[in-house]
Design a binder for this molecule. Structure first.
Ligand code: F3S
Length: 290
């Protein structure tokens, strides 16, 4: 038996919001068939995980990929995923007479309510996050007035807003908390009247902190998650910063034997959209090869 220590992150895998969204799809497959509410759609892939999405596709769940595609759907049930959607999408769903099942994570829903309220109070909304991420697209769509999305130090430094304008800053739920604080500090120095609401989800912060701690004390670190999962990419960045030998895999098939050479300890974590069976498979494979 090998004496390589394997440390598995307790917070690895589905978070509350993702689990809720995936469970909703399972429930709706049955309900739609019983109540004749089909066809069943999700607006965008339910999670950033190819295996899960293709399993649902085989069960007849179709993925609507764009607003234009949604406009042409006139019958059936549409599940809104945990990332949430903009107000415009909700209106189209209504106008097209579609049955909507909202699986938006309550933490994301809370941001929608904040930005809707604060922008109607006249504040300029600043979202700290990735502009092209569906969650940020959804949040943007609840800001009545002007909205700016900032992701980098350069963008924060070049921000120009009339000084008499009040600002409300929120964050994408999966943003790196240290980076969020840094960007807020840059904006704060410009002396705007600022309301800062740290809307980073605890699940993300806990997962990030645990990953950082494990990576800092192990010789190698494996981060499991889909290529398109933003929180997986962030986890990878965090681990890589403290553990040079940090590797990203989507499934156990991506593991390379060379990664497991000359190590005394290895850590494993996974993004919020990584199913348990994939985590277990990677863990078992690492166990067999160290
Ligand atoms: Fe929700 Fe947090 Fe997950 S915002 S979707 S519980 S990462």
């Amino acid at each position: 038996m090998s004496d390589v220590q394997i440390i598995m992150a307790e917070s690895a895998g589905f978070c509350f919001g993702v689990k809720r969204a995936v469970d909703t799809v399972y429930q709706e497959i049955t309900r739609c068939a019983e109540e004749g509410r089909g066809p069943l759609y999700t607006y965008g892939p339910i999670i950033h995980n190819e295996q899960v999405v293709s399993y649902f596709e085989k069960q007849g769940v179709k993925v609507i990929k764009s607003v234009n595609e949604l406009r042409s759907v006139r019958k059936g049930t549409v599940i809104i995923r945990s990332h949430g959607v903009s107000k415009e999408i909700c209106t189209i769903l209504d106008q097209n007479g579609l049955h909507t099942v909202d699986a938006t994570c309550p933490f994301v829903k809370k941001i929608h309510r904040i930005v809707e309220k604060e922008s109607s109070n006249g504040k300029r909304i600043i979202i700290i996050g990735n502009n092209s991420h569906p969650e940020v697209e959804g949040i943007r769509g609840w800001c009545g007035g002007d909205v700016t999305v900032i992701e980098t130090q350069e963008e924060a430094e070049s921000l120009r807003i009339p000084e008499d304008r009040e600002i409300c800053i929120v964050s994408q739920t999966t943003f790196n908390s240290n980076k969020f604080k840094d960007l807020v500090e840059i904006i704060r120095k410009k002396r705007y009247d600022i309301l800062v609401l740290n809307t980073i989800c605890n699940a993300t912060e806990e997962r990030q902190n645990e990953a950082r701690t494990i990576a800092a004390r192990t010789d190698a670190m494996i981060v499991i998650g889909d290529d398109r999962s933003s929180n997986t990419q962030k986890l990878f960045e965090i681990c890589k910063a403290v553990c040079r030998r940090t590797y990203h895999v989507q499934t156990a098939a991506d593991l390379q034997p060379a990664w497991l050479m000359d190590i005394r300890s290895i850590g494993i974590t996974a993004g919020a959209s990584t199913p348990n069976n994939i985590i277990e498979e990677v863990q078992n494979n690492v166990r067999l090869n160290v």
